[in-house]
Design a protein around this ligand. Sequence first.
Ligand code: FAD
Length: 826
Amino acid sequence: QPRVVIIGAGIVGVNLADELVSRGWGDITVVDQGPLDMPGGSTSHAPGLVFQTNASKTMTLFAKYTVEKFLSLEKDGQSCFNQVGGLELATTPERLEELKRKHGYASSWGVEARLITPDECIERYPQLNKEMVLGGLHIPSDGLALAARAVQLLISATREAGVKYIGSTLVTGIEQTEGRVSGVITNDSIIPADIIVSCAGFWGVEVGAMVGLSVPLLPMAHQYVRTTAVPGQKDQNPLPNSASLPILRYQDQDLYYREHGDQYGIGYYGHRPLPIVASTLGPTPEDVSEFKMPSRLDFTPEDFDPAWKLSRELLPALKETEIADGFNGIFSFTPDGGPLVGQSPTVDGFYVAEAVWVTHSAGVARALAEVLTTGKSQIDLAECEISRFEDVQLTPQYVSETSQQNFVEVYDILHPLQPRDSPRNLRVSPFYTRQKELGAFFLEAGAWERPYWFDTNEKLLKELPEEWQPVERDAWSSRYYSPIAVAEAWKTRTSVAMYDMTPLRRLEVSGPGAVGLLDWATTGNVSRKPGAVTYTLLLDEKGGVRSDITVARIRDDLFQVGVNGPVDLAYLSREARIQTKNAPDKPVQVRDITGGTCCVGLWGPRARDVISQVTSDDFSDKGLRYFRVKRASIAGIPVTAMRLSYVGELGWEIYASAENGLRLWDALWKAGESYGIIAAGRSAFNSLRLEKGFRSWGTDMTTEHNPWEAGVDFAVKMDKKGAFIGQSALKGVSKDTIARKLRCITVDDGKSMVLGKEPVFVNGKSEGYVTSAAFGFTIGKPIAYAYLPAAVSEGDSVELEYFGTRIPATVTAEPLYDPEMKRLRG
Ligand code: FAD
C-alpha cells in the first residue's frame, strides 16, 4: 500500500483521510501548520450553509453526499448536519424565473425541491418582509454542516483506525525522485511519501509552487457578521449556535442568512473583491482561537454598510439588533468557480483537492479517494480537474482577474452562453482579422475567440426558402443567438462554408513508441497504414468515456491527434512518460501543436468545386476517401487535409501552420466566391452536428457513461489485436445490458427551445436530463439529446421542463439528417 501524506487538516483533508481509511488504505499521515483542534484555515470559522442545488451535476452530487455523510457522523446523539432546509428567495421577476430554472436542475440531478408562493415563504420563514418576496425555492434536505465538529469527529475516528496526525508543523517543501514525489519536507523532518495530497485550502498556491505547479486559485476575503440576539427569538434554538429556520439566500442582493441560537449570521458577497496573498499572512500562531487565526482578517464595516441596511429591510426584526461581531474571512476562488482536484500534470504522485466549499467537501474527498484507490471516481471530475486550464489561464493576471469576477458574480443570474467581458482576445486564430471584417460575433471558450455567426451574412436571410425560415424564440434562448445562424446552416447544406476549427486541440504523437501508446490508450484500430484517420475513444479503467479523439496516422511514427482539451494532453503525456520509462527503446513524445497551427473546415456540397480551384492534388472521392488524411498543397501552402466533417457534409479539415493561416483563408475564400462561399459560426455548427447525432464530449458523454450508453460503441474494437485501457471492464457489455441510453428527442411543436440540463419526464417522472440541445435548422425542429432508461423507445412521448413549463417531445430515431451518409461519402 502506498504511503500517503495529506497536507491540511481542514474539512477536505480529514474527509479524504476518512474516505481512504474506509477503502482499506492504512499508511496515512495528515500534517497541518496549525494546532489540530483548530488549525485556523477556512474551515475553522465556516458557518456551514449547504445549498445543494447547482447548475453543475457534479457539484450537486458532491453536495448530496456531503449531506448524507454529515448526517451519519454522530456523537452523543447529535449528528454533524442540522437539516433545517434551504430557502432561496426571489425579490425580482428575473430571480423568480431563475428559481424555476434552478428547480429544473434539482429535478435533473435528483434533489427534492419545490417552488413556493410568497405566503408559503412567510409560513416557513415568518421573519421575512412579505412585501418584498415574490416566491421561493424550498429544498427540504439542505441545511447546516457543523464543519469544525465534523473535523474533530473524523480526526478521532481515523486516528483510531491508524491515521497519524501531526499538528503545528509547517510543510516547507516536497522531495522528488525521478519525477515522482518521495517525501514531504517539514520544518523539522522529512515524511516519506508515495502519494501527497495538498488539501491546503487557500494556501494551495504556495504548496503547489513547491513542485512547480501553478494552482489557479485566488484567496479572497468574504464578510460574515453575527448580530446581537433578536429579542423575539429568545430560547427559540436551545442549543448554542443551533438553528431551526431554513438557511436563507437573498441572492438579488448577494446575501445569505442562518441562525446562531437567537442571533443571526449574515454573509455578504456584495462588497468589493478583497484579494489576498496567502504567503503574506505570516505563520499560523500557536494559540489559534476563534478571533485569532490566519483566515480571519479585521472587519471593514464600511464594506458591510449596504448589507446591513438591506438585511434590516428583508428581516425587520434585525432592526432591534446590532452587529455583535464581524470579520473578513478568507477562502478560495477560481477562474471558473470550480474546485481544483487531481494529479499534477508533471509531477507524479502529487495531487490537490483545493478551492472546495464545505458543501462539497465530503463529495470531493470521496471522489479523490476513489481515484487514488481504483483509478476512477464514480462522479465525473472534468469540471474539477486541476489540469483543465489552458496555459494562458494559469498566469497570475488571469487567475486574479477572473477569480475576482467570479466573486462578484457568485449569485448572479448567468446565461449558459454568457461570455466574460474581460480578459478577452487572449487567443485568436490567424483568420481573426477576416472574421472581424465579416462582422463576427465572438464568444469565448478555452480562452479562444470563437465566431458564433457573421453579421455580413444577414443579407442571406432574404434568400432563405420558406422551409428554412427562422422560428421565433423566447427571450432567454434568444440571448447569444441570431437568426443569421439559420442562413449559415442553409448555405452549408446547399453550397459551401468555411468554419474556423483552429481552437480544436491537436497533439502530435511521435516516435518509435507512438503507435504502441495510441493502440494501448484507445479503443480503435489506430495501427492501420499511414493515411488512415480513426475516430476512437479514450476510456478509463472502468470503461467510462474519458474522451473521444481522432487519430490520423501521417507517417509510421507520426500521428496527429485531435483531442478535447488540456486534460487529454496531461493524460496522454503522462502515459507517454510511463511508456518511455518502461520501454526506453520505444520512446514516444506528445506535443501540443494547437497554437502553432490552424484549421479551416471547408464543408458543403460545393466544397470540392472550391478546393479544386486552388490545388493540383487529388481531392476526388478516390483521391481522398472519407476518414483519410494526406499532405497536400493549397495555393502553394503546405497543408494536412483530413476528410472529416462534424456538420455532416462533404469536405475537409485543412490544417496549416499558423503563419500561413491567413493566406490559406484568403485563397479558399477567393476560390469560393463564385460558389457563394460564406464564413459560418458555432451556432450553425452546433445545430448541424446535432442533426447528424455527433456527440460532444463533456456534455453528451463523460466518464459516467460507457460507449454503449453514449451510442459510440461503433468506435470500440473489442477484438482488436492488443489490449486497451478499459477493455476488461467492458467484457459482456452490449446494447442489451445497459440500463440507460443517450437518446435523440425532437420537440413536437417545432419551436419550443431548451438549452441543456433541463429534466426529461417520462410518464410524469423525471428520468433524465438534456445533455445537448439546438434548433435543427435543416429538420425545422428543436433537438435535444438526453440519457433515458433503456426501456424508453423511439416514438415514445416525453416532456422537457423549461422554466417550469412542460414541453411535449418525442424520442426519435437518429441521426435526423442523412442517415445513409450519402453527403459525407459523396
Ligand atoms: P482549510 O480549512 O483552509 O484547510 C487547509 C489547511 O491546510 C489549514 O488548516 C492550513 O493550516 C493547512 N495548511 C496550509 N498550508 C500548509 C502548509 N504549508 N503546511 C501545513 N499545513 C498547511 N462554505 C460552505 O460550503 N458554506 C458556507 O456557508 C461557507 N461560508 C463561508 C463563510 C466564510 C466567512 C468563509 C471564509 C468561508 C466560507 N465557506 C463556506 C468556504 C469554506 O469555509 C471553505 O471552502 C472550506 O472550509 C475549505 O476547506 P479546506 O479544508 O479546503 O481548507
